[in-house]
Design a protein around this ligand. Structure first.
Ligand code: 5GP
Length: 124
């Protein structure tokens, strides 16, 4: 599947749709999810165009992939999440219910998430 330039996160990156930015640098943008499932619910996306984790890990360089996840960890630390723990989710494709076809990870924290609740939580 090719990259859809009209997906919501592409529009956010082009500043056509506003977002509540948590962190931004030259390669990534992190912003609050519009419909948070947990008290802290942040989406982290690369600025480059990748459809999903499969596309990202197949086409991005190891440096790009490593830098992305290093920044994810740093954002979680900056928010004080590691102490109590947090969940990282990346829905990949149709079976996972991925809604927005621009690779992203969800950082979810601020409350205890029940074991096995991921599917329910992500369906909203
Ligand atoms: P997924 O693709 O992993 O299923 O989830 C996409 C996520 O994007 C959902 O949690 C949804 O609430 C969020 N989302 C959808 N549209 C917008 C938007 O316009 N702004 C923001 N901040 N989040 C959005």
């Amino acid at each position: 599947m090719g990259y859809d330039n009209d997906n919501i996160f592409a529009k956010i990156l082009r500043h056509e749709i506003p977002n509540d930015t948590v962190f931004e640098d030259e390669t990534i943008l992190a912003f609050n999810d519009i419909a948070p499932k947990t008290p802290v619910h942040i989406l982290v996306i690369p600025k480059a165009a990748y459809v999903d984790l499969e596309d990202f890990t197949a086409r991005a360089t190891a440096l790009e992939i490593g830098s992305f996840f290093a920044r994810v960890g740093q954002i979680a630390r900056d928010l004080g999440l590691p102490g109590d723990g947090y969940r990282l989710v990346s829905n990949n494709g149709e079976n996972a219910g991925q809604l927005v076809p621009h690779f992203h990870v969800h950082i979810m924290g601020g409350q205890k998430i029940q074991k096995g609740s991921m599917a329910r939580g992500m369906q909203g």
